[in-house]
Design a protein around this ligand. Structure first.
Ligand code: PLP
Length: 287
């Protein structure tokens, strides 16, 4: 449960936390965010998450409201006040409050900063990983800058809801050429028929996942080669393994795609091995 929410410099009880109706995040989706894993009270991959936050702000021309060290203090204090040992911390920065107008507000408008933290059950996550997840594919109708982590999440919301209604757990987006771009809130991977690990190369069509980047470090350590190229749903259905990566799902095996079994329909052994190895390599920030 979230007990305390950080809003613009104040730590407020959940029921009292609020932002202005004319916040640009609210009216235009003019905001960026980060979600970081909290494990045994420590942030996972803090440096990469904060670097990506700074990049997202820079790409949208939102002034940086605080320093790297100050972000770290807000994240830690929010985690501490919510007594989260295992879970997530969510940080959102909007362009601030201004009378509704498409044009950017005056440069001295203060960004709105929100931070909240909540517990997640690691037992639940592990039992999901032991079963694997079902994916439903859907056309990628998002904009051309999916490399920026904005709060414009309606396509992801629609895709996930439709997936759930059809009995699947999550969704993968497919571009106009028939290639998988990424998951609705995760990067997509396969172990192809030739035993090569494949994930789409970074470009404007996908988010540069922090978990993806750290998994590349894991693969380097393990001496496992990775090929960065696009793949289709048909190739993924015929692959030996498939999985997704994100800060909250880590490495999560995919066992069906559009109702077709991947491999023998059980979580892949490589995916489970990489899941187990992930935290040996990921940055564990000081408490
Ligand atoms: N792709 C999308 C669209 C996402 O929303 C996310 C995470 O929310 C990811 C990929 C995975 O990114 P990360 O590993 O940094 O959580």
């Amino acid at each position: 449960m979230t007990r305390i929410v950080y809003v613009n410099g104040r730590y407020l009880p959940y029921a009292e936390a609020a932002i202005h109706p004319e916040d640009r995040g609210n009216q235009f989706g003019d905001a960026v965010y980060e979600v970081c894993e909290v494990r045994e009270g420590r942030l996972t991959d803090e440096t990469r998450h904060l670097a990506r936050l700074e990049r997202s702000l820079g790409e949208l021309g939102i002034p940086e409201p605080m320093s790297r060290a100050a972000w770290g203090r807000v994240l830690r204090e929010t985690i501490r006040r919510n007594r989260v040992r295992n879970g997530l911390v969510y940080l959102q920065v909007s362009r601030g409050v201004a009378r509704r107008d498409f044009f950017f507000p005056a440069p001295d408008t203060l960004p709105t900063v929100i931070c909240l933290a909540r517990r997640l059950s690691s037992t639940k996550a592990e039992s999901q990983a032991a079963k694997g997840i079902a994916i439903q594919s859907t056309p990628d109708v998002r904009w051309g800058r999916c490399d920026i982590k904005t709060v414009m999440l309606l396509p992801a919301t629609m895709a996930k809801q439709r997936a759930r209604e059809s009995g699947a757990n999550d969704a993968w987006f497919v571009d106009e050429k028939g290639y998988v771009t990424e998951g609705a809130s995760a990067n997509a991977w396969i172990l192809d028929r030739d035993g090569k690990l494949v994930t789409r190369a970074l470009d404007n069509a996908i988010l540069p996942g922090v978990t993806r980047a750290t998994l590349l470090d894991v693969l380097k350590r393990e001496g496992i080669a990775v090929v960065e190229r696009p793949f289709t749903i048909e190739e993924a259905q015929g692959a030996r393994e498939a999985f997704i990566t994100s800060a909250t799902s880590l490495v999560m095996p995919v066992v069906t795609i559009d109702g077709k079994q991947v491999g023998n329909g059980a979580p892949g052994l490589l995916a489970l091995k990489l899941r187990a190895a992930f935290h040996e390599v990921a940055e564990r920030a000081p408490a």
